[in-house]
Design a protein around this ligand. Structure first.
Ligand SMILES: NC(=O)c1ccc[n+]([C@@H]2O[C@H](COP(=O)([O-])OP(=O)(O)OC[C@H]3O[C@@H](n4cnc5c(N)ncnc54)[C@H](OP(=O)(O)O)[C@@H]3O)[C@@H](O)[C@H]2O)c1
Length: 251
């Protein structure tokens, strides 16, 4: 396993799902990890379980992000790994897209992500790794996901430009595109359990490897992209989706 010994890692939305598993993996590989999230209770619980520092910071608040950066700077100086993971999924069919559906998803998934990078930039070490958590939805026409998919397409576009601009500081910027991964994100949509199970079964059927992803599947790639072993990799996007994005016509 690649060593992240001596590296400082910040994981936004690290109290749950993919962020939680990634924080655990980064720590297991030797990094000092700070997780964030928007609820004091959830962040504290997860931080205690993981044995890492937890800081409450809502990515939609630029002043909260400023405070987060200040705290991290005062405790650890500079940052080597920034995992921009916090995100939400609010399905809505076209024709029922409200301003709130648009604003909350773009506010967290795009504005929140971009200003996380923007605000951390002054304390990122040269050679740091920024990993943006996107989705294969950026490339798919899955019903009810027009706004969510657009947020992830925007994030991937931002990733490419950031990779070019930050290369002069040897800061690498990559995006990870998961397929469906078993996390609380789906239950947070308010869909009844029966509908969620049907949704999961239908998606699993479309995945060539015939299983839903685990948060650890994503964490493994995050840890690799964070490491010096990935030192020639920037501006890329990597699907971790059991082959779903191949969109096989027959299986
Ligand atoms: N699960 C999937 O199938 C899947 C597939 C592709 C991409 N993704 C992406 O993966 C990322 C992580 O999602 P997940 O599946 O692990 O879901 P999750 O378990 O719901 O985790 C999302 C994390 O982001 C945090 N968060 C949400 N809004 C925030 C805000 N305004 N400020 C700070 N933190 C915030 C959540 O905190 P709370 O506890 O307060 O909600 C939680 O810690 C998201 O960007 C999502 O779009 C997920």
């Amino acid at each position: 396993m690649s060593s992240l010994q001596g590296k400082i890692a910040v994981v936004t939305g690290g109290n749950s799902g993919i962020g939680y598993a990634s924080a655990a993996k980064l720590k297991a590989n030797g990094a000092t990890v700070i997780i964030t999230g928007r609820s004091e209770e959830r962040v504290t619980k997860a931080a205690n379980e993981l044995g890492v520092l937890g800081i409450v910071a809502d990515v939609t608040s630029l002043s909260a992000t400023d405070n987060l950066v200040e705290k991290v700077k005062s405790l650890h100086g500079n940052v080597d790994i920034l995992f921009v993971n916090a995100g939400i999924f609010t399905p809505a069919p076209i024709g029922q897209i409200t301003e709130e559906v648009y604003d909350t998803q773009f506010g967290i998934n795009v504005k929140g992500a971009i200003f996380t990078v923007e605000k951390f930039l002054p304390i990122l070490n040269d050679g740091a790794s920024v990993i943006n958590l996107s989705s294969i939805n950026a490339y798919t026409g899955m019903p009810n996901t027009a706004i969510y998919a657009a947020t992830k397409a925007a994030l991937n576009s931002f990733t490419r430009t950031a990779a070019t601009e930050l290369a002069s500081r040897k800061i690498r910027v990559n995006a990870v595109n998961p397929g469906p991964v078993e996390t609380p994100i789906f239950a947070k949509t308010g869909m009844p359990e029966e509908q969620l199970n049907g949704f999961a079964a239908a998606m699993q059927e479309r995945i060539p490897l015939k299983r839903i992803g685990k948060p650890e599947d994503i964490a493994n790639l995050v840890a690799f992209l964070a490491s010096d072993e990935a030192s020639f990799i920037t501006g890329g996007e990597y699907n971790v989706d059991g082959g779903m994005n191949i969109n096989p016509l027959l299986s």
